[in-house]
Design a protein. Structure first.
Lengths: 503, 79
């Protein structure tokens, strides 16, 4: 019960923050969606990092380490440290520069003009929304499972069917409503502030969680030595096939096509604001992932009073919340849970906001005209669409949950398959409209085929030709883009001058 | 220097891939699995390499972009 009270206080605090930041709202959709390009290096770092660290990074990484051991860190954390910053450096800074110059708010506006095609928006919009919904699903699922895991046994009569904890469906619903509330009140400014607060909260509480769990398991040394004795294979990395491990490097490339990250890039005050996020991202990822991976690995051999805490077939998604619930006091458990939820919500908010922006800018304003609606009506339309997207996501979360980690890999694979499009748009003058269409169509067709073939993420070990399917997907989408571009008419001089100005 | 920085990043990727076939149970400082330490070191090295990148390979002509009055900051560190 104490845990639940602390969680509720934290959620209320976020709503208050959203209301407070709304007092600074300038009443324009540009301020609501891009915070009037006012975000400096520190807030940009916090909001970008908070946005890229999701339930996948905490709940997913801990659960996956429980299943596969310490190698999970190399699979995604150290690789993300290199690749995320690469995307910020090569794509982020350049897109910011072009976006600021041309007045873009969304990715689709950029692609429409770069590819000289209005209809590319109609193709990209459903593709991006579908992929973001998959991403949202990770957060919504993780939030429900976290609150349920931590409160297990607290309501043994009221919620007997969900192990005496707050049912995941209820917890997910409350989290969605809270995030919606502060996003609605605060817009991008509120989101950037909430992200900063939540990133600080989850980083500090993450470290606290690590030491609390270590102490309860007999100390750092005892926890690790237990693994070395009982499950030494969890300390090895040779069980990962080399080719598959190599293709994990492609997964973090997805950051280059996240629409919500694109929107955060455009909030920057200037290009120099990117320098801090580029340098700090690998270190921040380490601060979050290292403890999570260690905790997940320890969980394989964890015992209290000689009794093992988890059977080997324990559900990966529940490892972190159940561990927090079992080893901490109610007060600390509440705080630690708030930290986990902070990480999850700091991604959901940006994604919610981004969905609204895309809908209003790329569909409503684009087709109805700028003067058809007032600024206030545009903000209202954005909110209506966000609620619809959240409702769909929430509905999907009620079905049989997949492993958060596996679902994350599928979601990121879809975005990665589209990365050749953004890379070519920025660095290859010969990219044509038809080439862009070919890239998107092949990326999505291959994603859907593989996703279906894997039983819709039911098989966590699914691979193709000994690699992650993303390798084939990106190879196909790149080949289609290059081939079709070379066979079709190059872009006009005007477009080339606009996107590749002679310095 | 620009090429040195990009060379460093490529070397990091190669290093990242080379450290995957270890069956060592060694615990550094008594608790940190050596395979995990190796990849944590890659993360730190990535931070250092990107520091060099923003210092020596930053695209020219971006830092002096004008910021319009309407975009002036009013929040947080932007104030």
């Amino acid at each position: 019960m104490t845990q639940l009270i602390i969680i509720c206080i934290y959620l209320a605090l976020l709503v208050v923050l959203g209301i407070f930041s709304s007092r600074l709202f300038r009443g324009t959709s540009k301020d609501y969606m891009l915070a009037s390009h006012s975000i400096g290096p520190f807030l940009l770092l916090m909001s970008l990092f908070g946005t890229t660290m999701t339930g996948f990074a905490l709940v997913g990484s801990t659960g996956e380490s429980f299943k596969q051991g310490v190698g999970v860190y190399g699979m995604l954390a150290s690789s993300s440290g290199i690749v995320h910053s690469l995307c910020f450096f090569l794509f982020g800074v350049k897109l910011y520069s072009i976006g600021r110059r041309q007045g873009y708010t969304t990715q689709i506006q950029f692609f429409r003009e770069r590819l000289e095609s209005d209809r590319i928006g109609l193709l990209l919009f459903p593709v991006l929304v579908t992929l973001v919904i998959t991403y949202l699903l990770i957060g919504v699922l993780a939030a429900g499972l976290t609150v349920n895991g931590v409160t297990r046994g607290a309501f043994s009569e009221l919620f007997a069917a969900s192990n005496g904890g707050v049912p995941p469906w209820l917890a997910s619903l409350v989290i969605c409503v809270v995030v919606l509330t502060y996003v609605f009140f605060g817009g991008m400014r509120g989101t950037a502030w909430a992200n900063t607060l939540q990133t600080i909260v989850f980083m500090i509480l993450g470290v606290v969680t690590f030491f609390v769990i270590a102490t309860k398991l007999g100390g750092l040394q005892a926890a690790s030595e237990a693994v070395a004795q009982l499950h030494p294979e969890k300390l090895h990395t040779s069980q990962f096939p080399k080719l598959k491990f190599l293709t994990f490097l492609l997964i973090p490339l997805s950051v280059g096509m996240f629409p919500h990250v694109f929107q955060h890039w455009l909030t920057a005050r200037n290009a120099a604001a990117f320098k801090l996020p580029i340098v700090a991202q690998p270190i921040f990822i380490m601060i979050v992932w290292l403890p999570c991976v260690l905790i997940g690995t320890w969980a394989t051999s964890a015992a209290i009073d000689g009794k093992p805490l988890f059977p080997p077939d324990f559900h990966a998604n529940a490892v972190l919340p159940v561990l927090v619930g079992k080893v901490s006091t109610p007060l600390l458990g509440g705080l630690l849970t708030a930290g986990i939820l902070a990480a999850i919500m700091s991604s959901l908010d940006s994604q919610f906001l981004c969905m609204g922006t895309m809908f209003t800018e790329d569909i409503v304003v684009h087709y109805a005209g700028k003067n058809r609606f007032t600024e206030q009506q545009i903000v209202t339309l954005a909110r209506v669409f966000i609620v619809a997207v959240v409702a769909v996501t929430y509905g999907l979360s009620l079905f049989d949950p997949r492993r958060v980690f596996t679902l994350g890999i599928w979601c990121f694979s879809g975005f990665t398959a589209l990365v050749p499009l953004v890379a070519a748009s920025l660095y290859w003058k010969r990219l044509t409209k038809a080439g862009g269409y070919a890239c998107v169509l092949v990326a999505m067709a291959s994603w859907l085929w593989f996703f279906r073939d894997s039983g819709y993420a039911a098989d966590p070990k699914y691979g193709f030709l000994g690699m992650l399917p993303v390798a084939t997907m990106i190879a196909l989408s790149t080949a289609a883009m290059i081939l079709v571009s070379l066979l079709t008419r190059p872009p006009s001089e005007a477009t080339l001058n606009k996107f590749f100005p002679k310095s | 220097m620009r090429y040195v920085v990009w060379g460093l990043l490529v070397a990091l990727v190669v290093l990242h891939q080379s450290g995957i076939a270890s069956d060592s149970n060694q615990l550094v400082f008594g608790f940190l699995p050596i395979n995990l330490l190796f990849h944590a070191a890659i993360s730190c090295a990535a931070g250092a390499a990107w520091f060099l990148a923003v210092k020596f390979a930053w695209p020219a002509g971006l830092d002096d972009e004008p910021v319009s009055d309407s975009d002036a900051a009013s929040n947080g560190d932007a104030a």
